[in-house]
Design a protein around this ligand. Structure first.
Ligand code: GLP
Length: 264
């Protein structure tokens, strides 16, 4: 993808690639911070336009600067979650909401404790649920009862997983228990303290669940995501590349920094 060498900065590039479904909009921002700013602005605009929205939210390192900016905007009175409902994409099996490496703890720490989104409004799968099937079915029902996912924000794994839908995942899959790929366990080991064994199983919204969202924004930064980004957008959709399912989604915007866009 072309960048503006003259300015010394990668220029913002916006293009549309025709996927198998609707066109995918690709935005290349000059830096990680600019990616976060772009995604933040899109979310704030969405919350302002549709306060009663239903959001799908990711974890991982990539969205942390987006959440930090949302907290700032909330404090400045520029956005509110008061009427929003949120559903997180996934949670580790075996970690309770109080475990510091759980996604529930991550969400409280990075967003929910700092904005007007309270218990009851946000939903996170219970990693300690005894009846996993019932937990997943209840999650799907809660999403449907809230009117369905309107906007889902996604990160992407180095092996092109979305949520915790690893290679091999069915594009029609709903929320369920999944085995994590060894490479995913290794990549996420950095979020666990020394001596803590990272979980090898998780609960995740399915690709089928995600594809029902009316709008999807994918963010990826850094060279470790370049291959996954290329495969997501340019390969024929296949189970080997879970994110390639997004070529079937109705409204997808992919926001990248130059390093993540390097193989396009
Ligand atoms: C985890 C999450 C994904 C996330 C991915 C990338 O596996 N389940 O939702 O997109 O990590 O994380 P990072 O942003 O830290 O690279």
């Amino acid at each position: 993808m072309k960048t503006d060498a003259a300015s010394g900065l990668a220029q913002k590039v916006q293009t549309k690639l025709s996927g198998h479904g609707q066109p995918m909009t690709i935005v290349v921002e000059p830096s990680v911070e600019a990616v976060a700013a772009h995604v933040h602005d899109a979310l704030v605009e969405h919350l302002q336009r549709t306060p009663r929205t239903v959001l799908g939210l990711p974890t991982g390192g990539t969205p942390i600067p987006v959440y930090a900016r949302l907290v700032e905007s909330y404090r400045a009175g520029r956005c509110s979650f008061k009427h929003a409902t949120t559903f997180n994409l996934d949670e580790y099996i075996g970690l309770g909401a109080e475990h510091p490496a759980s996604y529930a703890a991550y969400m409280r720490e990075n967003l929910f404790d700092h904005v007007d989104c309270s218990v009851g409004q946000y939903h996170i799968l219970d990693g300690l649920a005894e009846d996993v099937e019932a937990e997943c079915a209840a999650y799907e029902n809660a999403m449907a009862a809230s009117g369905g996912l309107e906007l889902v924000l996604l990160g992407i794994g180095q092996n092109a997983h979305i949520g915790f839908n690893e290679p091999g995942s069915d594009f029609h899959a709903r929320t369920r228990a999944v085995d994590l790929a060894p490479s995913t366990v290794a990549a996420n080991a950095r979020y666990f303290r020394e001596g803590q064994q990272p979980p090898t199983k998780a609960l995740s919204m399915g690709i089928g669940t995600i594809l029902e969202a009316r709008r999807i924004i994918v963010m990826a930064t850094g060279s470790s995501k370049a291959k996954a980004v290329r495969r997501m957008m340019t390969e024929a959709p296949s189970r080997d590349v879970p994110a390639s399912a997004l070529q079937f989604a109705t409204d997808v915007t992919i926001v990248l920094d130059p390093a993540a866009a390097a193989e396009l």
